[in-house]
Every structure is written in C-alpha cells, then in structure tokens.
Design a protein around this ligand. Structure first.
Ligand SMILES: Cc1cc2nc3c(=O)[nH]c(=O)nc-3n(C[C@H](O)[C@H](O)[C@H](O)COP(=O)(O)OP(=O)(O)OC[C@H]3O[C@@H](n4cnc5c(N)ncnc54)[C@H](O)[C@@H]3O)c2cc1C
Length: 331
C-alpha cells in the first residue's frame, strides 16, 4: 500500500508517513465517512501539525478538516457571535476579525494552525487566551454523534482543554462558536506589547495585530525556513516556597504570580541558564534567539528532537529540580 507523506502537515518538516490520509469538506461528509467505516483505527485528527512531533511513521488514518465556512449568528451593539469552521487557518480568521473591528483574538495573531485546533489547545499569547472568546465547540464523535460543548464544559486552563484528555481523540471539532466584542477594551498588559505600542495615541485593532506580528517575527523562527513547533516546553508552575528557595540562589530568576501559593517560571530562562541556547544535538538544535523553541536544522528525524528535548529536561531537572513538560504532543 502506498503511504502518504506528512512532510507538509507538520511544522517540524519531518518526512514521516501515514497509512491513510483523509480530508473532508463538511460535517455531512465527515458523518458519511464515519457511517461507511472509512476512518479505520487507529486514527488521529490533525490541523496544520504545528504542535505535533511525529516520532515515527503513523500506522493509521490521519484526518483533516477543510470545513471553512464562517457564519454570523447574531450581532448587537456590543458584540457579534460567529460560527467558524474548524478547518479555517487561525491567522486568517484573526485577520478577518480585525478587519471587521471585532476584538478578542487580535493578540493571538500569527499563531500557526487552524481554528479547530485553537479550541483544542486553548492557544494563548500576549496576555490573551482563546477560551475567553469561545462560546461553545461543536463536535462529531467516531460513532457519528454530534455534541456541542458549552465553554464551561471544555475544562479550559493554560494550554489545556477537555479535548486533550484521554479518550477524547475520538471527538472531532467541526465548528467553534465565538463571541467577539465591538469595544476597545484591548489587552495590553504584556510588557513587550505595551512597549511596542507606547508611541501610538489612538490604538486600533490593526495596530495591535501589526505589533504582535512584528514581535513574533523578531523572536520566533518561521517554520517554512526552520522546522519547529513553537514553544517546545510549557512554563512550569511551582509552589511559592520552592520558588523563594530558588530565588535566594538565583536572585535574577524571572517569574509571574499565579496565586498566593504558586508562581510560574519562564522555561526559556531555565533552559538558557543550563547553557542550551543555540546548542545542537545531531540535526536538532535549541533556537539561538528563543531557547524555548527546538528546531530541525535540516535532515532531523523525530528521534533527534526527542533526544534533544530529553537532554534539556534532564539539565533543567539537575540544576533547578524542576520538571519541564513538553507542550508539543509526541505521536
Ligand atoms: C512558530 C510557532 C509559534 C507558535 N506560537 C504559539 C503561541 O504563541 N501560543 C500557542 O498557544 N501556541 C503556539 N504554537 C503552537 C500551535 O500553533 C498551536 O498549538 C496550534 O493551535 C496548533 O494548531 P494546528 O492546527 O497545527 O494543530 P495540530 O498541531 O495539528 O494539532 C494539535 C492538537 O489538536 C488536535 N486537533 C487538531 N484539529 C482538530 C479537530 N478539528 N478536532 C479535534 N482535534 C483536533 C490534534 O489531534 C492535536 O491534539 C506555535 C507553533 C509554532 C510552530
């Protein structure tokens, strides 16, 4: 059987193969594929593969949505509600909202991937998370059952949702329903963004989008040029007492308060302190401008990236006693 190359379906640019690759254009087509038994197990629903690390060939069915319609469900003086197909490119949707003057996703400009995955991942950047603009998530499961999850049912937290939990890989997101505001209550708490906009008098959504794009392009490698999956590790959250012990040894350690008992530490700082910035192992490397990003320097296989990730984790554990966990999903 001829296998399907996933090289163009993962931003690490790994040339892995799947037994089968199925795309569908509508919810009705997905339901027909399920009814006719076309989705042979094991299966994995992907978006653009910008948060996936294929460690080997995928011996199963890869599914991909091309549901791209966007419907205006309702509109009043304060907000609009939109039903957005899961297969839309995330950043094209952000651009569409900004052009219409709808606020709520502009800080999430240029994040790679698709709308369905954004709701699975609870993407976040520059002080904003997508969950805050989601009303509900429409799904179809492998038995053909349709279910809409209200945002309260999605169990959203930092880079997490119900859809990432065990057993939920048989649930496919078809549409995401958003509420976007018409107000100008922008989220500008993030220091780098506030600084980039400091000279603007009347800040617009376009200004914010452009500033976010500029900041991102200056910090993050373009996957088309250097294969990567964005932040490879999540920022660890530790108890405040553990943090205070560390702070006595490393007074410059950066942190963000989470609550009275917990503190978040930037994983990038921990990795840099371990001397990994710009270092490579085989064909994989820690990106020189942002140590949270692991890159494929060309010719890497999944195992190279796994090996580098493990070496980085080990160093951080030895030096700081902290377990950093991958944000990227190993397949
Ligand atoms: C350069 C770069 C920068 C990045 N910056 C950020 C950032 O600032 N903030 C951030 O949060 N993330 C960031 N990411 C990570 C990534 O963009 C997000 O996780 C994104 O949401 C993944 O989208 P995707 O379509 O590529 O999904 P994939 O990587 O293909 O899949 C991600 C998960 O979603 C599931 N999935 C995808 N589509 C569906 C569907 N329709 N139904 C059910 N499950 C589905 C997959 O099974 C998988 O579990 C970055 C990545 C890169 C490469």
């Amino acid at each position: 059987m001829k296998k399907y190359s996933l090289r163009n379906h993962n931003t690490f640019g790994l040339n892995v193969f799947a037994d089968r690759f199925i795309e569908y254009d509508s919810e009705a087509e997905l339901l027909r594929l399920i009814e006719e038994g076309e989705i042979i197990s094991p299966y994995l629903h992907i978006g653009r593969g910008s948060n996936l690390l294929f460690t080997k060939d995928y011996e199963g069915t890869i599914l991909h949505s091309r549901i791209k319609d966007i419907t205006l469900l309702s509109e009043d003086g304060d907000s609009v509600c939109l039903r957005v197909g899961a297969g839309n490119v995330w950043d094209e949707f952000v651009c569409y909202c900004v052009e219409h003057g709808w606020q709520g996703v502009e800080n999430l400009s240029l994040i790679p991937g698709e709308v369905g995955a954004a709701a699975v991942q609870n993407i976040g950047a520059y002080g904003m998370e997508v969950k805050d603009s989601i009303i509900s998530v429409e799904t179809v499961d492998i038995s053909g059952r349709r279910k809409t999850y209200a945002v309260e049912e999605c169990d959203y937290s930092y880079r997490h949702s119900l859809f990432k939990t065990a057993g939920m890989n048989s649930v496919f997101v078809t549409y995401v329903n958003f509420r976007l505001k018409k107000s100008s209550h922008y989220v500008l708490d993030y220091a780098a963004l506030a600084k980039a906009l400091a000279s603007h008098c009347n800040i617009t959504l376009c200004d914010i989008r452009e500033a976010v794009i500029r900041i991102r392009q200056s910090k993050l490698p373009d996957p088309k040029v250097l294969g990567n999956a964005g932040s490879f590790f999540m920022n660890p959250i530790v108890s405040r007492s553990y943090f205070e012990d560390l702070q006595r040894v490393y007074p410059a350690i950066p942190y963000y308060d989470i609550d009275a008992g917990h503190v978040k530490i930037p994983a990038a700082w921990l990795i840099e302190q371990c001397g990994w910035k710009g270092k490579s192992l085989g064909h994989a490397a820690v990106y020189e401008n942002q140590p949270l990003v692991l890159v494929n320097q060309g010719g890497a296989v999944g195992a190279d990236i796994v090996r580098l990730g493990q070496a980085v984790q080990k160093s951080v554990k030895e030096k700081f006693g902290i377990d950093i966990q991958p944000e990227v999903m190993y397949i």
